[in-house]
Every structure is written in structure tokens, then in C-alpha cells.
Design a protein around this ligand. Structure first.
Ligand code: FPP
Ligand code: MG
Length: 328
């Protein structure tokens, strides 16, 4: 049986997610028409809202059911959206969440500044809460880690020999840290029990790794329309990701030489895409990535053993599998 979709898993928190959606709109509204237009272009682009979902579920799993979880869910989503707006500038990506990216529509200057604007909204929302709030330090650390991850990734861009270890370190920073922060902040709303908070930290780290491995895989195998992003974009950008690192390691020396030429070519890799697809089939790269992501999903589920049995805890279990089985 296939895993349930994210909306099926989250049906019982629909009211919370609607409240988050409303707050996202309210908290990012600008009095200036064009700022508002550009900001809402990315906010209304939607997405899975994985980080808000993780935060709300983690809070509920730890016994907290109040509105502060909605505020913090908005905060983590805004950090995420801001980072994607900047990431799309760095990656020169034309489409995100089935929409034209902000920089493609209005240029890099607008995109960089809208990212900064969203980040400023995050700071003001956090300051409006209490200054000694642990969410403040968790989120400033996470944002710093995301920037560090992206800097290292940009620095390593074009490195055909990047190791799996380096790759997983980058992923842990750029993707894992905000997902982990979302889980921990939710936990802290409901409990002071360090064992539970650490369990949700472990859960978030493992879900983050599984999420990015599947994100990398979908770049090669997803239906572009459903995925909402351009296919083969990592290859176009000269970014060696999990599927390619694995394939580079297991293929023959001759194939590796051709792969490196495709990877280093200045031209778009369109003509080589069929060859790459055949290579991925030959080495069962998809199955390998699904298996590797599932190991992380299983690790995430094991970490949840420390939590009491609640509907939210069970939804977190299902989400770990969803992250692996998703097709967008
Ligand atoms: C997507 O990676 C990007 C991230 C997970 C993080 C990006 C972080 C920054 C730009 C630094 C932080 C900036 C702010 C404003 C907080 P990807 O390119 O692998 O995934 P994709 O296929 O979705 O683009
Ligand atoms: Mg990108």
C-alpha cells in the first residue's frame, strides 16, 4: 500500500494549517503595492509547508495546542521561503512551486531584496515574542547554518569529486538545520523534557537528510509539471548531488570520464540527458537513493519511540515515510 499524502496525514490539523496560511498572508503584507505583489508571488506559491507541519505536529506531540505554534510555523516558513528566493537566484532556476521564480519575473535585485524583506519580517515577529525565547537562538543558529551550507555548496559547485561526506554535511546545514529547528521549537512549546526535545532533534536531522536525498532524486526522475521545478536543474548548475555521487562511485572508469565531461560542459546538458538516464537505470540509482533515504526515515521513526503515543506522534511517523515516497 502506498503511503498517505501530506494532506491526508495532516487532515486532523487542517484548522491549524488554515490559521498558519492566514497568518502568513497577514504577517507579510506590505503597504507598498509592488512590494506586496512580489512578496505574495512567493508566499502564495504554496508548497508543502513541511516545516510548519513539523512544528505544529511536534508541538501537539509534546502537549502544546496554542496559537504560538502558528506564529512560529509562519516564522520557519518565512525563513524557508526567503532562502528559496535567494537559492533560485544562486541556481538561476526558472520555476519554483509551478511559478516563475521571482528573479526571472522581476530580476535579481528584486529577488535579493524580497528575501531580505522576508527575513526582516522574521526578526520582527521573533522580537515581538519574548527576548529569552529559545526559538530566537535556535532560529538564528539555523539561519546561520543555512547560509554556511549554501556558501560551502557554492564554493564546491563544479567539484566533480565531492565526497558523500561533504555532500551530507552541506545537506545537514542547508536543509537539515531548519527542519530540525522546526521540530525542536514545536517540542519546546510543549515540554521541558530534554530527552523528548533531543528525540525531535534527531527526528528532524534524519527527516532533513531523507528529504534532500529525495529532492535530489526527483530532480532526475520527477514529472516536471508535478514537481513544480525544472528537471535536471542540478546537472545544469554543475551541482553534483546524491544520485550522481553514488553513480560516479559505482560506474566504470570510462563512464566516469564521460560523466565528468557532461558535468563540466559549458553547454546545457540536453543532448546528454538520455545518456545520463540510461546510466542511472544501469546502476539502479533510483532504488539506491530510495533505500538510502529510507534508512534516514527509519532512523527518524526510531527517534520518536521516546514520545508518548498521540495522533500527532503517529502523523510524524507517517511524515517520515511520506518524505521518501513523495513525488513532488
Ligand atoms: C534549496 O536547495 C536551498 C536551501 C535548502 C537553503 C538555501 C539557503 C540560503 C540561500 C541561505 C539562507 C538565506 C536566508 C535568506 C535565510 P536546492 O537548490 O538543493 O533545492 P531546490 O531544488 O529546491 O532549489
Ligand atoms: Mg536550488
Amino acid at each position: 500500500m502506498s503511503s498517505p499524502s501530506i494532506s491526508e496525514i495532516c487532515q486532523f490539523i487542517k484548522d491549524d494549517l488554515d490559521a498558519v496560511e492566514k497568518k502568513l498572508r497577514e504577517k507579510t503584507a506590505s503597504h507598498y503595492d509592488f512590494v506586496d505583489l512580489a512578496v505574495q508571488h512567493v508566499i502564495e506559491g504554496g508548497g508543502k509547508r513541511l516545516r510548519p507541519v513539523l512544528l505544529v505536529l511536534s508541538a501537539k506531540a509534546c502537549g502544546y495546542d496554542g496559537e504560538d505554534a502558528h506564529t512560529l510555523a509562519v516564522v520557519v516558513e518565512l525563513i524557508h521561503v526567503a532562502s528559496l528566493v535567494h537559492d533560485d537566484v544562486l541556481d538561476e532556476a526558472p520555476i519554483r512551486r509551478k511559478r516563475e521564480t521571482l528573479h526571472s519575473k522581476w530580476g535579481n535585485k528584486v529577488a535579493v531584496l524580497v528575501g531580505d524583506y522576508l527575513h526582516a519580517r522574521v526578526l520582527s515577529m521573533l522580537v515581538a515574542r519574548h527576548a529569552d525565547d529559545p526559538a530566537m537562538s535556535i532560529l538564528s543558529d539555523a539561519t546561520q547554518a543555512m547560509c554556511e551550507g549554501e556558501v560551502i555548496h557554492a564554493y564546491k559547485n563544479g567539484d566533480f569529486n565531492i565526497s558523500q561526506d561533504d555532500y551530507l554535511k552541506i545537506v545537514g546545514l542547508k536543509t537539515g538545520r531548519l527542519i530540525t529547528a522546526s521540530c525542536m521549537i514545536g517540542a519546546i512549546l510543549g515540554t521541558k523534557d530534554e530527552k523528548i526535545i533531543q528525540a525531535l532533534r534527531e527526528y528532524g536531522e534524519a527527516v532533513g537528510a531523507a528529504f534532500q536525498i529525495i529532492d535530489d532524486l526527483l530532480d532526475f526522475v520527477a514529472d516536471q509539471e508535478k514537481f513544480g521545478k525544472q528537471s535536471f536543474s542540478d546537472l545544469r548548475e554543475g551541482k553534483l548531488t546524491f544520485p550522481m555521487i553514488y553513480t560516479r562511485e559505482v560506474c566504470t572508469a570510462e563512464e566516469r570520464t564521460t560523466l565528468e565531461q557532461v558535468f563540466n560542459a559549458d553547454t546545457e546538458p540536453d543532448s546528454a540527458i538520455e545518456w545520463i538516464e540510461a546510466l542511472l537505470r544501469r546502476y539502479r540509482t533510483q532504488a539506491h537513493c530510495l533505500g538510502a533515504a529510507q534508512v534516514y526515515a527509519d532512523r527518524a521513526k526510531s527517534a520518536l519511540a521516546a514520545l508518548p503515543d498521540t495522533p500527532a506522534g503517529r502523523a510524524l511517523q507517517q511524515l517520515a515515510d511520506y518524505v521518501v515516497s513523495r513525488d513532488w
